[in-house]
Design a protein around this ligand. Sequence first.
Ligand SMILES: Nc1nc2c(c(=O)[nH]1)N[C@H]1C(S)=C(S)[C@@H](COP(=O)(O)OP(=O)(O)OC[C@H]3O[C@@H](n4cnc5c(=O)[nH]c(N)nc54)[C@H](O)[C@@H]3O)O[C@H]1N2
Ligand SMILES: Nc1nc2c(c(=O)[nH]1)N[C@H]1C(S)=C(S)[C@@H](COP(=O)(O)OP(=O)(O)OC[C@H]3O[C@@H](n4cnc5c(=O)[nH]c(N)nc54)[C@H](O)[C@@H]3O)O[C@H]1N2
Ligand SMILES: [Mo]
Length: 786
Amino acid sequence: MESETLLTTMHWGTYEVRAENGRLVGVEPWSGDADPSPIGKSMLDTVQGHLRVSRPAIRRGWLEGDRSKPAGRRGGEAFVEVPWETALDMVAAELKRVRVEHGNAAIYAGSYGWASAGRFHHAQSQVHRFLNTIGGYTSSVLSYSYGAAEVILPHVLGGTDGLTGNHSTWDGIESHSELIVAFGGLPWRNAQIQGGGSARHEAMAALRNAVGNGARLINVSPVRDDAPRGVESEWLRLRPNSDTALMLALCHVLIDEGLHDGAFLARYCTGFEAVRAYVMGEADGQPKDPAWAAALSGVATETMLALAREMAAKRTMLMVSWSLQRADHGEQPYWAAITLAALLGQVGLPGGGFGFGYSSTNGAGRPEMGFRWPSLPQGRNQVPDFIPVARVADMLLDPGGAFDFNGAAMTYPDTRLVYWAGGNPFHHHQDLNRLVEAWQRPETVIVHEPFWTATARHADIVLPVTTPLERNDLAFSNRENLVVAMKQAIDPVGEARDDFAIFAALSARLGTSDAFTERRGAEEWIRLLYQQASENAAAAGVDMPSFGRFWQDGHADLARQVTSQTLLGAFRTDPERHRLATPSGRIELFSATIEAFGYDDCPGHAVWREPREWLGSDLAGRFPLHLLSPQPADKLHSQYDHGSVSRAGKVSGRAPLWINPVDAAARGIVDGAVVRVFNERGSCLAGAVLTDGVIRGVVQLPTGAWFDPSQPGQPHSLEKHGNPNVLTADRGTSRLAQSPTCNSTLVEVSRFEGAVPPVTAFDPPATVCLAEVSGMSGPQPNHKEA
Ligand SMILES: Nc1nc2c(c(=O)[nH]1)N[C@H]1C(S)=C(S)[C@@H](COP(=O)(O)OP(=O)(O)OC[C@H]3O[C@@H](n4cnc5c(=O)[nH]c(N)nc54)[C@H](O)[C@@H]3O)O[C@H]1N2
Ligand SMILES: Nc1nc2c(c(=O)[nH]1)N[C@H]1C(S)=C(S)[C@@H](COP(=O)(O)OP(=O)(O)OC[C@H]3O[C@@H](n4cnc5c(=O)[nH]c(N)nc54)[C@H](O)[C@@H]3O)O[C@H]1N2
Ligand SMILES: [Mo]
């Protein structure tokens, strides 16, 4: 019996993987992981399970219809399995047809999604590189994670330091912070993840040290469990989406009591005067004082007074989770937090200032390697068209439609073909019923997927892809001083191929083979990336072993060069030499640029704007519960929802809905009951969990349950599995950032009466044999220029 143990790296950890006779038999955390994530176990029962896409599959209605007018509806149809050669011919012919008839801008391939860790087989890099070699595609900018922040922060700070990287490192927080105020909390569950691969999981230990050293930690959230596990903290309950009001009131107290740092504001910031006039009520007659904010947030005025005074008296670190900006006017809590930190005057000091997304992933505040890891070069996209990523349904529904974005007047391109590799829009997008409708518009949808996810089920052509266990790759993660040789552990499942191999085969059909592959196979690309990494490392004074040595050892530990830094520390030391990349070179508490855009929903300084949907709006009369849809504890997004770890967390087979016992009692809901969650956009079933860990008026339903409509392909049928995105609104944060607002959603919850429909998301779709497809002697690429 052949048995082998190898290392593999996923976004949630590095694992020792054991295979026997080609079967995966063991997944254990890597011995160097201090705080491993259980999520990896889910790979055991799924990677070779029944939900793998095993052969290329074509939607029946698409095969039967005319190419520019496909028949049927995406999402509810059977698939016809075809040989690889047939499927590749069809994809190549469709790409040709759409390019000739409509131009490359008619191909939408933002292809947003996390896919898997592994530097070479990164699905998005692969699809973008491939399409760039054939003339390009309409792309997307920004992320679902922190799109609003990506737009507002460059206006205010000149970049995104403190959001995605270059945070103040934990060592400074551990030794200097006396007060840590965490808006949106610091949930341990999210720190399991590090994009590109995690390995050591050091964030929670750092936080424990900070609190152990005497820092007082306050979890500002509607949810008690947003406090980190095993760390002492206090819970400051507030109404969802009211953080900006609370922050402005804290500013009011500081100004009113003369506790703000005038010297800091004068030297390092612009626009304090405009902020002061607004906060004190001179601009609009409404002081943003604690009494005003108490009515909006539910936080007591005395609590705000005491907190503002304590903040001014202590070394205070403001941490703001990414979730706060995935809400209506999500730009504002970030601008307000920076404004509050500026008033406190501790920006650039260790243990003080602010940072975004500490514990939104494991990497924030970890020392970064002092050089760049290479990635697969994507080439140049000759199509200028793009959309802010979360506007995808708007684009499909409204070709030629106009919209504003960050000062530009833009129009939506006319999409004929959608190409997706490595993402699950039927997981990540808001208002999925609207997406089901929008998704019927293109002529062809092509998806590469390892599993029968909702997005695969809504495609016309599904190409089966390997998981990382079925291919060789490299993991470099920016925050891990570790490089992992991700060696193939098992044979490809079914007929699965790598994204790279698929694009190489398509390139051969399109006459662009050399441009795409540069005559390298996967192994040569992996060596090349490693070589480039070694050169970058050497230039930064870091030694990497030879490739041969590294591959034999299975991983390489690297010495960290940078070990400690403070966000805006250099700027504080010398604001002239280290001017920020803002128009004034300083922190812009007021931005003339944004003011000049003339957006009523995002004026020139941080403001309170009521969310369109929250407990303060009229709609709360009909839908009185604010729904939060955070990241799931037991998986990454929708990935491995069908695995044992995720399935163990289901309640009555559905995603758990946390509800306060008082709200539950008023609706006759008992713990463990199947409930219906609904609003005007949709409805889903969930399993009730009664807990006083959510405040009254708030319910929490994590993302990730595989979309399971009771009438697939038809909008507005009951979703059976607990996917919150049938409830969330598909509208941009503001005309500035046009980013997702999933955390501004109102719902009602009721007991589900009658026979509970079974969950069917984990049954693969029906496949028919070729003979059953009407009017076709065999699967032919029915394109015009075959
Ligand atoms: N309501 C609500 N919605 C949200 C959020 C929220 O907070 N609330 N959060 C949002 C955020 S922050 C994000 S980042 C998104 C996440 O949304 P996504 O990143 O789209 O979600 P994933 O489930 O990670 O989807 C990745 C897909 O890639 C597939 N895959 C894995 N490896 C490979 C590969 O090698 N090749 C190919 N071709 N495919 C592969 C996986 O099987 C999976 O289906 O969701 C967003 N949606
Ligand atoms: N286990 C696991 N970890 C993950 C992921 C995953 O899928 N699974 N996804 C990763 C990704 S892609 C991302 S972008 C990050 C996201 O990281 P975050 O954005 O930080 O994560 P969320 O879980 O959406 O939100 C954190 C908490 O914010 C609170 N919250 C929501 N709205 C408000 C509000 O208006 N005010 C206040 N004060 N609190 C609010 C919610 O109670 C929620 O539990 O997580 C990453 N980590
Ligand atoms: Mo994200």
